[in-house]
Design a protein around this ligand. Structure first.
Ligand code: 5AD
Ligand code: SF4
Length: 455
């Protein structure tokens, strides 16, 4: 490594919003003259883009920081970005004194200035606590969104990692305040981007050869075009009509704001994928109320019925929390019966984890961890057989996939269907990554399909 060369290592935890934020951070660092390296050892600056959705996710970053603490003596600098940074703020310096930089996602626009400070060790910041020279001589810099700024971290420099499928943020933050959820506190209030800027970015990506776009937000359904031109469903449709774009996905949806116009848009525009992720969290209206989810079981099922009535076969996935304070065996059984009724194609299930600042932190988290685990495993086992049945329906079908990668060990190609299912398949021909090919499904597993090229 040349003495003057600036290098960084970045590890990302958490959701797709974080994965995409990291692409923006990488783009910004590269534009500031940094080079990305693959290991902590090679890097001058080590960054963790963190998640605080559940306790385990939050602890990971502190374990990593502890693992590499001794490397600070060799001159490496450490930074904590993302949701733990926003949530814990200056406390991170107390817990991990070798950290130099703490920056929440709504403040990444300040990164170039913060990096310059780190680089030169010059302290110049108007907020007295945001940059400190500690007793050990280490410069400590923070970028924390304490004013709930309207700024979105837009995409002047984005280093997208996949050349065919890319994310576009359409809305940041969340105003829902579900009682268990830390997101409104880490990502702030909702801010939407104009439909014009989203469409311009989609067009730029299409020009670069992207064919699949995933629209991102904590709650995409409450998208409000600041210019008042398009609803979320209209924006979806418009992105699907950008020449060159063949697939459009979106995540995450909130049932309360999920309108039938979204299903109509999917029905009328082939470029919109046959997949909706609609987190339910619980099948018990009593629990939904305690979670402050703003809908009942029946209202949720009404949204499901719109999708089941669609002309296209829309695959449906969801998130579930088990063991929320007060969840009885009966409430849990209502969640199981909802799974039976909906017949999801995928369920992400989590044990309830109390989070700082959230309304539910005041509730007695009385369900023992072993009982939460029992409920989780029972639910996942039940869902496995539902998925096995769902996937068996594809046997014999010819399905279009985007070729995503090659698994040499198994001599298979890895493709993804419009329904967001992984389809591993064989082919005599050499295929191009990012191309679209038809595949005949020959075997169904609960979490994937197997097939052979159908041309
Ligand atoms: N405990 C457990 N799971 C949670 N989720 C969000 N907050 C918590 C929490 N405190 C889950 C929800 C959400 C998904 C992203 O993570 O199911 O939809
Ligand atoms: Fe984790 Fe939520 Fe932050 Fe995503 S927004 S990284 S899920 S805490």
């Amino acid at each position: 490594m040349a003495a003057t060369e600036k290098t960084f290592y970045l590890e990302t935890f958490g959701c797709q919003m974080n994965a995409h934020d990291s692409e923006k951070v990488v783009g910004t660092l590269i534009s500031e003259g940094y080079r990305q390296v693959e290991t902590v050892e090679e890097a001058g600056l080590v960054l963790y883009n963190t998640c605080s959705i559940r306790d385990k996710a939050e602890q990971k970053v502190f374990h990593r920081l502890a693992d590499y603490k001794k490397l600070q003596k060799e001159g490496k600098k450490f930074g904590v970005l993302g949701c733990v940074a926003q949530q814990e703020g200056h406390k991170i310096f107390e817990r991990a004194p070798h950290v130099s930089l703490v920056c929440g996602s709504a403040s990444y626009w300040k990164l170039p200035g913060m990096l310059a400070q780190l680089d030169t060790d010059i302290i110049r910041d108007d907020r007295p606590r945001s940059s400190q020279l500690a007793a050990d001589g280490l410069v400590r810099i923070t970028g924390l969104d304490d004013r709930q700024t309207d700024k979105c971290f837009e995409t002047e420099f984005t280093a997208r990692t996949n050349p065919h499928r890319g994310y576009i943020t359409i809305i940041e933050g969340c105003d829902k305040f579900c009682s268990y959820c830390v997101v409104p506190f880490t990502r702030g209030k909702e801010r939407s981007r104009t439909s014009e800027s989203v469409l311009a970015e989609a067009q730029r990506m299409a020009d670069l050869g992207y064919t699949e776009i995933q629209l991102l937000g904590q709650n995409v359904n409450s998208y409000k075009d600041p210019a008042g031109k398009k609803s979320f469903a209209e924006l979806l449709d418009a992105v699907g009509r950008v020449p060159g774009i063949r697939r459009v996905r979106f995540t995450t949806s909130h049932p309360r704001d999920f309108g039938k116009d979204i299903v109509d848009a999917i029905d009328s525009n082939q470029a919109l994928c046959d997949h909706v992720h609609l987190p339910v969290q619980s099948g018990s209206t009593r629990m939904l109320d305690a979670m402050q989810r703003l809908y009942t079981r029946d209202q949720y099922l009404e949204r499901i019925s719109w999708m089941k009535a669609a002309k296209r076969d829309i695959s449906i996935t969801c998130d579930v929390i088990v063991g929320f304070p007060g969840e009885t065996e009966h409430d849990f059984e209502e969640t199981l019966s909802l799974l039976d009724e909906v017949q999801y194609d995928g369920v992400f299930a989590f044990k309830y984890s109390p989070r700082p600042n959230t309304p539910a932190i005041g509730l007695d988290d009385a369900i023992p961890d072993a009982e939460k685990s029992r409920r989780l495993n029972f639910l996942l086992e039940r869902q496995r057989s539902i998925q096995q049945k769902r996937n068996q329906k594809h046997l014999g079908e010819s399905v279009e996939v985007m070729v995503e990668s090659r698994n040499e060990a198994r001599a298979q190609w890895v493709g993804r269907t419009t329904q967001n299912k992984t389809l591993n398949f064989t082919s005599d021909r050499n295929l191009e990554l990012g191309s679209y090919v038809p595949v005949r499904v020959t075997t169904a597993f609960p979490n994937s399909l197997v097939g052979e090229l159908a041309i």
